[in-house]
Design a protein around this ligand. Structure first.
Ligand code: ADP
Length: 615
């Protein structure tokens, strides 16, 4: 039976109860009505006919008897009035004949009719006789008595009937009340029962379904519904159970796939030559691969799940690895361009690893927000590159050192050639000598820069720091470069307070940096340009600025020009820059605890600036 049929059933029962109640009420009311008014009305009518007949008869009889009493005065009453009374009497009699209701009443009514006829007959006989016939009068009186008795008898018969019917109506009313109470009670009970069970019957399975669906939503897929109602709910339960089974199967197959994937990725990570360490957002170790285990020197089981800073307190390598995370030097989500170098002693051999800290970001496309869920730290063995780099630095150092002597001797020879005592040169020879001199100067400069760089790379920068007045530093550089500036018709001006606090610096190297910056500025500034040299006081340092009105540097090159051998336009003007000047300047400034950077607008000019700590 489906829900619709059941609903029809329930509502049908209610409708049936209402019909039963209403119908039985109608039947009972009808019975009551029949028992009371309609039937009683007939009896009351008879009683009223009897009364009317008795009254009419009395009047009629009085007219005759009064005449008889006042002897001789026989025609004194009005014949018309007597006739009217007779008619009235007969009419009432006829009405009564048509209103027979009780058993025996018809018979008495018949006798009454006969008695009235006889009485009226005697009435006429008495009128027609001149002298009073006593036997006739006696009969007449007897008939009158009989009629009265009959009238009383019929009246009594009907009054008794009224009483009887009244009793019966009373009884019927009591029965009706009883029946109605019983039927009403049963109906009310049935309706009440339906009222309690029906909503529950409809709602309970729905509640249970909602409950199970919520659990399924919480990935609790072993939910099943057991409705044995034989209706749509049972069908619904079967469909639900099918769905839950499918979900369960799907979940277990997805889980198996995921597990497979996980194992595969773990195997890959484990077999990688790089050491890999995964941290969650709270810096707890999520995983380490075999290489990382080996380098850290601890078992995976003693690392996974541990708070990384706790491990760092007893392990130098881990401390180095999470240093950035702890100091927050790298903002979350920011990746550094240059991987850090980590040096690890392997026996008595140095092993170099480049460290990379990669934030793991999850993107939520819908909300368009990114969230860091952890960090991966990798260590790549770069000892081989490091060794090659060292070899290269050594080679550069040796070559540049070896070049110094021949360059010096070329210079010496040039000076000799220029000496008129050796021989006078013609113009063409002088021009050749000049170009050899320029090339030699450039070669000397490049050789010196290469030598400086190799010293820096081998970590051999010797700083000879002392307090120095910023204006003095600027003026040294100014003196060195003013000639070159004038030659190119570029204005070189100083804006510097002579009372600025002193800086702690290696004067030679800082002047070298300033000279290099001014030299670049002159080189990249067109004729009649302007170069400003400034020094400003900052809270803990002095900032030196070299501003030119040159061609400027495009934004994409700004972070590259401090790298070794980088040139925006290689050898553009044939002046043969090496691309090393700014790289060396950066090393010199950083070695002194300062920072160097540039701001530039293409077509307007550039400002190179660096800071040096106050003394
Ligand atoms: P170089 O020996 O080539 O000058 P640097 O390291 O000093 O090497 O400079 C690197 C590059 O930066 C240069 O090739 C040049 O393109 C650019 N550069 C440096 N200074 C300036 C400047 N003042 N104006 C424009 N470009 C500059």
């Amino acid at each position: 039976m489906n829900i619709k049929t059941k609903l029809y059933g329930g509502l049908g029962i209610l409708a049936f109860l209402i019909l039963v109640l209403g119908g039985s009420g109608l039947v009972f009311i009808n019975t009551l009505a029949e028992n009371s008014s309609a039937i009683i009305r007939n009896n009351i009518r008879t009683v009223s006919y009897m009364e009317s007949m008795e009254q009419t008869l009395n009047e009629l009889h009085l007219k005759q008897t009064s005449k008889l009493d006042s002897n001789g005065d026989r025609y004194t009453y009005s014949v018309k009035a007597v006739d009217s009374l007779k008619k009235k009497l007969l009419r009432s009699l006829s009405d009564q004949q048509q209103n027979i209701t009780e058993s025996g009443e018809a018979e008495i009514s018949g006798q009454l009719q006969e008695a009235i006829m006889r009485y009226l007959d005697k009435y006429e006989q008495l009128n027609s006789q001149t002298t009073l016939n006593s036997s006739l009068y006696q009969d007449f009186s007897m008939q009158y008595g009989q009629i009265q008795a009959m009238l009383a008898e019929i009246t009594n018969l009907n009054i008794e009937a009224i009483e009887r019917k009244n009793d019966r109506a009373q009884n019927t009313a009591s029965s009706v009340i009883l029946y109605m109470t019983v039927i009403g009670g049963i109906s009310a009970l049935l309706a009440f029962g339906l009222l309690i069970t029906y909503p529950n019957y409809i709602v309970k399975p729905i509640r249970e379904l909602i409950d199970r669906i919520k659990k399924i939503a919480d990935q609790n897929y072993d939910q099943r519904l057991e409705f044995k109602t034989g209706d749509e709910y049972e069908e619904l339960a079967q469909a639900f159970n099918r769905m839950a089974t499918r979900l369960q199967e799907y979940e277990s197959s997805t889980m198996a796939k995921l597990m497979n994937e996980k194992q595969r990725i773990e195997a890959i990570i484990n077999h990688m030559h790089e050491a890999i360490i995964g941290l969650d957002r709270e810096k707890n170790v999520l995983f380490v691969n075999a290489k990382a285990e080996e380098l850290i020197g601890r078992d995976r089981s003693s690392l996974v799940g541990q708070y990384a800073p706790d491990i760092a307190s007893t392990n130098d390598l881990v401390r180095k690895l999470i240093q950035d995370l702890m100091e927050g030097t790298k903002n979350e989500g920011e990746d550094s361009d240059e991987p850090d170098l980590v040096k690890i002693m392997n026996g008595d051999r140095q092993v170099f690893y480049s460290k990379e800290t990669i934030p793991v970001i999850t993107g939520n496309d819908a909300a368009d927000e990114e969230k860091q869920i952890g960090t991966i730290i990798t260590l790549k063995n770069v000892t081989h590159f490091q060794e090659m780099d060292e070899a290269k630095s050594n080679f550069v150092a040796v070559v540049s050192h070896e070049l110094k002597t021949p360059i010096a001797s070329i210079n010496m020879s040039l000076r000799l050639l220029e000496d008129e005592r050796v021989g006078k040169l013609n113009e063409e020879q002088s021009n050749l000598i000049q170009s050899i001199r320029d090339d030699t100067r450039r070669m000397k400069r490049t050789t010196k820069e290469l030598l400086d760089l190799s010293k820096i790379e081998s970590g051999n920068i010797q700083l000879n720091t002392q307090p120095a007045q910023p204006l003095d530093l600027i003026e040294y550089a100014y003196e060195t470069m003013i000639m070159q500036a004038n030659q190119k018709d570029v204005k070189l001006v100083i804006y510097c307070d002579q009372n600025l606090p002193k800086v702690k610096t290696d004067v030679q190297k800082t002047v070298w940096v300033l000279v290099n910056l001014i030299s670049n500025a002159i080189r990249y500034t067109p004729t009649s340009g302007r170069i400003e040299l400034k020094a400003e006081e900052k809270p803990s340092s002095i900032k030196f600025l070299v501003t030119d009105t040159g061609e400027g540097i495009a934004e994409e090159y700004l972070d590259k020009i401090f790298q070794k051998y980088f040139q925006v336009y290689a050898d553009k003007d044939g002046d043969g820059g090496s691309g090393l000047g700014l790289a060396i300047a950066k090393e010199f400034i950083n070695a002194q605890g300062g920072e160097i950077d540039v701001k530039s607008t293409v077509g307007k000019g550039s400002t190179f600036y660096f800071t040096l700590p106050k003394n």
